[in-house]
Design a protein. Structure first.
Length: 168
């Protein structure tokens, strides 16, 4: 499960990085990245021994999934950084969401059976699953212009309820 999550995270980060690089013009000022400490404190959900690279990758997943920057959850600015502060409600909301995602991935995803004709594969959810680049999770199906209806379920097509001729 961790290998799949790591691969998905890596692919997502590469795509986001490429998109970011292509979208920045010469007239835009690049956003200055805050300095990160080498040792992290106040980690309540993430492993206490997480590497700096893994923590940064995780935070980037959150950032891209919600379309936000570090200062959305952390008390940081160009002049000061207090990464350990719990003053922002968004940071505690993120912790609750991480616990929820862990619970879904541990308790529910392994119990899903594949659809007929499909092979069982490892899968899971993450922030992107619901947020899709927005601070608030999307609710309901996409707008009609984005919705592409698939084929009807078996027995629910245009001839529903009509007797089928036996094969000849």
């Amino acid at each position: 499960m961790r290998i799949l999550a790591s691969r998905v995270l890596s692919a997502f980060l590469l795509l986001a990085l490429a998109q970011s690089a292509l979208g920045q013009t010469e007239t835009q000022q690049p956003r200055r990245r805050p300095q990160l400490p080498d040792k992290f404190t106040n980690l309540q959900v993430l492993p206490k021994d997480i590497s700096k690279d893994d923590l940064v990758d995780t935070m980037r997943l959150f950032s891209h999934s919600l379309g936000v920057h570090c200062d959305f959850c952390h008390q940081v600015s160009e002049t000061s950084q207090n990464w350990a502060s719990d003053k922002k409600d968004e940071k505690n909301a993120a912790r609750n969401m991480m616990r929820m995602v862990d619970h879904i991935n541990a308790e529910f995803m392994p119990k899903l059976e594949p659809l007929p004709g499909e092979e069982k594969k490892e899968s899971g959810v993450n922030c992107w699953t619901c947020h899709r680049g927005h601070k608030e999770p999307e609710k309901g199906p996409p707008p009609e212009q984005e919705h592409r209806p698939g084929p009807p379920p078996p027995g629910m097509g245009p001839n529903m309820g009509q007797q089928q001729a036996p094969p000849s």
